[in-house]
Design a protein around this ligand. Structure first.
Ligand SMILES: *[C@@H]1O[C@H](CO)[C@@H](O)[C@H](O)[C@H]1NC(C)=O
Ligand SMILES: *[C@@H]1O[C@H](CO)[C@@H](O)[C@H](O)[C@H]1NC(C)=O
Length: 375
């Protein structure tokens, strides 16, 4: 049984930002069901003593860019139903870049900002936005409503919600999707603290990357990233990761962690960027060439080899995810010169693994070159 939409609820749906509609952060899923409560203010829903359970074996899924991924979700009834019920499945999501701190009263609660990925009922289903034609339900067993996403893109990361609605009950579970990849600090060839938020976003995209999320920077910090220059993150905050507290980087009294300046003005304030790069379809490699090259010679040499100069995002992905280790300084597409080291050794920079940078040398200086090619 489905009750007709109530006019007030419909108005609230259109005017989500009207405070009266949001006395408590209540979530309207667009479906209406009979709420048969026991009349004692208890919010539990009873129906024939049967309860709907929605579960996921994996609350966090880590995936590779370009691949297919499955976000597990399964529902069952307890006790089992004697006759099947008509269920609707709704997958929705909150992109990693849109996640906010729900304790901030000025922002719209996360739950309300979720958008639809797919809605399915019986054998019919519909997918939305950038997911159109890329998602399906796995249905490998009764109750299996796992979402399969093909050709994963960098910006597919975030929190996905699997919701089962059967006209009586409405239960959901969330699954976080993260991309395997690497965070790197990036600054402009015009100097430090050059980018406003939009500039930082564009700079990461030029490096075949996206602005890193807070979770991605946090993971990078856990893995040892220490960087004493503040950079933009995807949520519009400015932070930097410190593993070894020291003067000038928040001071020695402050414990290791992410130092945050909080939300900064997206147009007026200027910092570096923290970018996130994920695994590559092609390969990044040091070009074997008889002589060292100027920047434009290097550009030409990669083209002649069937590729193009590698971006900074590509060399970091090659280093972190594909084992690229080479003690030869080479040009990259942005005009910087770098080399990737996994096993630290004499005359190859400092003691830690990493991608060494020589900044942005004059274009007539001679170095090797790193190229990128779809193989
Ligand atoms: C996500 O990335 C893809 C490919 O890079 C792009 O076409 C799409 O517009 C992006 N979507 C959003 C919401 O930014
Ligand atoms: C390129 O220059 C480096 C030093 O900058 C040198 O060690 C290397 O042998 C040179 N490579 C070639 C092919 O000349």
């Amino acid at each position: 049984m489905i009750t007709p939409p109530r006019p007030l609820a419909a108005v609230c749906l259109l005017l989500l930002l009207v405070p009266g509609c949001l006395g408590t952060p209540q979530y309207n899923n667009g479906f209406y069901y009979h709420d048969i409560s026991n009349g004692h203010g208890n919010k539990e829903i009873f129906y024939d003593g049967v309860q709907l359970h929605v579960e996921s074996q994996q609350p966090l899924v880590s995936a590779i860019r370009g691949s297919s991924v499955t976000l597990p979700c399964h529902f069952r009834y307890e006790p089992e139903l004697s006759a099947p019920r008509r269920t609707r499945i709704k997958w929705s999501w909150l992109p990693a870049s849109d996640r906010h701190d729900d304790s901030d009263p000025d922002t719209v609660p996360n739950l309300i900002r979720e958008t639809e990925v797919m809605v399915a009922m019986g054998n019919r289903h519909r997918s939305y936005g950038g997911f159109r034609g890329r998602v399906r339900l796995r249905r490998s067993a009764p109750g299996d409503m796992s979402l399969v996403i093909r050709e994963l893109q960098l910006n597919d990361t975030g929190r996905y919600r699997c919701e089962v609605i059967d006209g009586v009950e409405d239960e959901s579970v969330t699954v976080d999707l993260e991309m395997r990849g690497v965070v790197f600090p990036y600054y402009s060839q015009h100097g430090r603290y050059h980018y406003n938020f939009l500039g930082a976003q564009a700079a990461c995209e030029e490096q075949d990357a996206t602005l890193a999320s807070f979770e991605q920077l946090f993971t990078a910090w856990e893995e040892g990233l220490d960087w004493c220059n503040a950079g933009w993150l995807a949520d519009g905050t400015v932070q930097y990761p410190i593993t070894t507290p020291r003067a000038g980087c928040g001071g020695v009294a402050l414990s290791p962690g992410l130092r945050s300046y909080g939300q900064r003005h997206r147009l007026l304030h200027r910092y570096d960027a923290f970018c996130f790069s994920a695994s590559l379809k092609g390969t990044v490699y040091f070009l074997i060439h008889p002589s060292n090259l100027t920047f434009s010679e290097a550009q030409q040499a990669c083209r002649s080899d069937g590729g193009q100069m590698a971006t900074v995002g590509q060399i970091y992905a090659g280093w972190r995810l594909m084992g690229l280790d080479r003690c030869d300084a080479g040009w990259l597409a942005d005009g910087s010169v770098r080399y990737p080291i996994i096993k630290a050794r004499a005359h190859c920079g400092t003691e830690e693994p990493g991608v060494r940078s020589f900044g942005f040398p004059a274009h007539n200086k001679k170095f090797g070159v790193y190229c990128y090619r779809l193989t």
